[in-house]
Design a protein around this ligand. Structure first.
Ligand SMILES: [Zn+2]
Length: 449
């Protein structure tokens, strides 16, 4: 076989750097403070330069406003396909994410029907075409080891439900090792809903969110995590919506990825019988949320995820035990925490690592930081524009939020690949979001965070 001719490095003519097409000027967090800085963006939507006095193409100066990367949300339920009463679809759901500063989001497979076969996953991908305001990663349900290889041809990752959810029954415990081994072989990320239903209780004197916490107790979450061990080598395991400080510390020590939601960081059980606060796993008794919040502030929570899971106000008005679980959150997640940054209760780099950089790494996406080579998915944030969250001003078809009246800072502009998709609270894009899959470099180790 002829050997390829060797060319010396000297004889190669270096390609000229691609021209900057668009310069976005504002302030960036660099070296521990905000500094005036410019981001140079190429025709392909990638960041070509970060610096000063950049020239080329159009220029937009946002003055005192701060440029940050778009968030990456590891956990949403856009409910598409859904039943006739589905409270959301790809258009409405991704538009809320865009307005909330999220540039890419994982959509979970417990739709109607669920994404648990290759056919269903591919028809879901077809449904999404031309309807996405942001980029979306479709996860498949991890239910049967024999289906994992075929699902991995289209899926961006897997979701393992250890407790029953809409249309999906959890696998039997003795099947878990084979399922996890099959998933490890695909190298795709695996998110786990960790609750072991064998520890759920039918009876309790307590009502409302306190009763829900008693019915699905902390023990069920701890025991489910233990069932995942031993964890096969190479498995990109990520534990969804951790609610217990003790479990968070344990997963952190184990060097695995996990997420915490705004609701579990900011709300607690004990709000009477209002089923809008019914989520799975439940809101916990104090001081769980304040302890998680302290961990979050210290950078000990790797990932912030919305678990955006809307239901109509009518369904949520049912008696507590009959109402479905879940709350909307895609549009409010980042704005809630940007307000805390403004109030000096949270460091901006800590928030950006949890909301953008680490989720992008988990999902194998070249975004999540303002860095050369990354996609120019950027937010313009004016920290002087503090508002209060009002359900009627949100774009959620379900029409309610658990964070009514909470302080928030919404991004004033949102760019995907350097193209403006949100301006002053309105979606101005063209639904050009794409379906993404991880782009892991060969040989990259499994543990992402
Ligand atoms: Zn969920």
């Amino acid at each position: 076989m002829p050997r390829p001719r060797k060319r010396s490095r000297e004889s190669e003519v270096p390609a000229p750097p691609p021209p900057i097409d668009f310069v976005l000027a504002g302030r960036l967090w660099i070296g521990g403070r905000l500094q005036p800085m410019e981001v140079g963006i190429g025709m392909d939507g990638r960041i070509l330069a970060v610096g000063k006095n950049l020239s080329g193409g159009q220029r937009h100066d946002v003055g005192e406003s701060v440029l940050i990367p778009s968030a990456v949300d590891c956990h949403t339920h856009y409910r598409d396909p859904g039943g006739p009463d589905a409270p959301e679809n790809f258009e409405t759901g991704t538009r809320q994410s865009a307005l909330g500063g999220i540039g890419a989001a994982v959509d979970m497979p417990n739709t109607q029907p669920p994404a648990n076969t290759l056919d269903r996953l591919e028809s879901k991908a077809e449904r999404a075409q031309g309807r996405l305001a942001i980029d979306v990663l479709l996860y498949a349900a991890l239910t049967v080891p024999e289906r994992v290889a075929s699902l991995s041809r289209s899926a961006a990752g897997f979701k393992l439900y250890m407790a029953p959810t809409t249309e999906i029954d959890p696998p039997r415990v003795e099947r878990l090792p084979a399922l996890l081994a099959a998933a490890a072989a695909t190298r795709l990320p695996v998110a786990v809903h960790a609750e072991d239903p064998r520890f759920f209780r039918e009876q309790t004197e307590l009502e409302g969110t306190e009763g829900w916490n008693a019915r699905r107790p902390p023990e069920a979450e701890m025991k489910a995590y233990e069932l995942l061990h031993p964890i096969p080598g190479g498995l990109r395991l990520h534990v969804a919506h951790v609610t217990l400080p003790g479990l968070a510390s344990r997963i952190f020590r184990d060097g695995l990825s996990f997420e915490v939601t705004p609701q579990h960081l900011l709300l607690s059980a004990g709000r009477g019988a209002d089923a809008r606060w019914k989520v799975n796993p439940p809101l916990r008794e104090p001081p769980a949320s304040s302890e998680l919040w302290e961990m979050f502030q210290r950078g000990l929570v790797p990932i912030l995820a919305s678990d955006h899971a809307p239901h109509s106000a009518e369904l949520k008005a049912r008696p507590f035990l009959e109402a479905p679980s879940g709350m909307p959150g895609a549009q409010t997640m980042l704005p809630l925490f940007l307000a805390r940054v403004r109030d000096a209760a949270l460091d901006l780099p800590v928030l950006l690592r949890a909301a953008a950089d680490r989720p992008a790494r988990l999902l194998g996406l070249p975004q999540g930081r303002i860095a050369v080579g990354h996609r120019a998915n950027l937010l313009v944030v004016d920290f002087r524009r503090r508002t209060e969250i009002r359900a009627r001003a949100l774009h959620a078809p379900c029409g309610w939020t658990a964070f009514e009246g909470w302080p928030a800072i919404f991004p004033s502009e949102h760019y995907i690949d350097g193209k403006l998709i949100v301006k002053d609270g309105e979606y101005v894009g063209a639904h050009e979001g794409r379906l993404l899959r991880p782009e892991f470099a060969p040989g990259e180790p499994g543990a992402p965070v």
